[in-house]
Design a protein around this ligand. Sequence first.
Ligand code: GKR
Ligand code: MG
Length: 429
Amino acid sequence: MHTALTIDDVRLTPVLIADPPLLNTQGVHQPYTPRLIVEVVTHGGVTGVGETYGDAKYLELAHPLAEALPGRSITDVNGLFGLAEQVCGDSRAAEDSVDAGGLRGVQTADKLRLSVVSGFEVACLDALGKTLGLPVHALLGGKVRDAVDYSAYLFYRWAEHPAGGEKDDWGAALDPAGIVAQARRLADAYGFGSFKLKGGVLEPDREIAAIRALADAFPGRPLRLDPNGAWSVETSLYVAGQLGGVLEYLEDPAGGTDRMAEVSAGTDVPLATNMCVTTFAEIAEAFARDAVQVVLCDHHYWGGLHRTRELAAVCRAFGVGLSMHSNTHLGISLAAMTHVAATVPNLDYACDSHYPWQTEDVITRRHEFRDGRLAVSDAPGLGVELDHGRLAALHRRWLDDDGSMRERDDAAAMRRSDPGWTTPATPRW
Ligand code: GKR
Ligand code: MG
């Protein structure tokens, strides 16, 4: 029987969004990054929106799930997981290898599927909230704060992409002065009070110098450094020794639970991760060995907003801190991040967000950070409206692409300017 909550239709729209030349240990962001916009349309005439990764390996799983959804209820978000297992199969891309583009730890079939499910879960929750006249945070049990803190996400970067891409006026940031200038501009524009530097790009001593320069420029402000597992245990301990007392936490200095546990045993600097604890299966060993003191949640690859809250509960039980990870994303995901963050009492740190680097969006009103925070929307659903014109334009870019941008591949993007570049073996230093 069809009710107002029954799903009538699901629309999937892959888009390419502009991304500046931000550097990380694997390479550089490509001029355009794929994202997938999910629209779930109910029998009651309400449309809910969600967003997730848009590379082919995700689209391949999203299509069968979208086809299987009509006739089901938007309230049945738990059922999405079993359904996805039944209908999606395993992505051909799933293998136990390091994720080339996302720097999000090992890529498994489960993680790919959960990343797809999360886009649908958010769309269902948005539709349910709109139907009931309730914000998404209310569907998750209610907000425990009215605003969510975000940190400034600093990147070494080039002034522009070597060929093509949109231009911006940020200029290059390749030394401590450039990083401090970038931090200053982000702090002035958005009021951010804490800073995370994406490391693993330059030699560790140069990144230490950048953190010291930030500490001088912003005394007492929380600082984080994240080289995405680019360092050996020895290098990690050296950096931790140099920056003890300066860093709020050191994020994924070394790759994998074994190395993180060794680093952890040798330093008092808290270690954070979005690489060695990325699934529930990875928690037990990492926590038992005290390999990490902070986990960065990410509703995309943890499987949605409810699963993010489950992760938060596990962290709370084990006395492990919780922060939030971000990758290139649009305003739909930022809304989802803010709703779930608003409901988690033990979100102990300001969340990461790439959003200030994204100048394009598919929503009618972009989010605005004030005093480094986003107000939690009390409007029905996520509190965002799709801008169909912008969505069509960014989809057109995806359609017109020759295929070179449809997979995020930071190493391939680097090869366009440095043909000899190969993804560095880890540890790199
Ligand atoms: O976008 O370059 C980047 C980041 O390095 C991103 O891919 C990571 O997943 O931001 C992420 C992180 O905290 O590791
Ligand atoms: Mg990280």
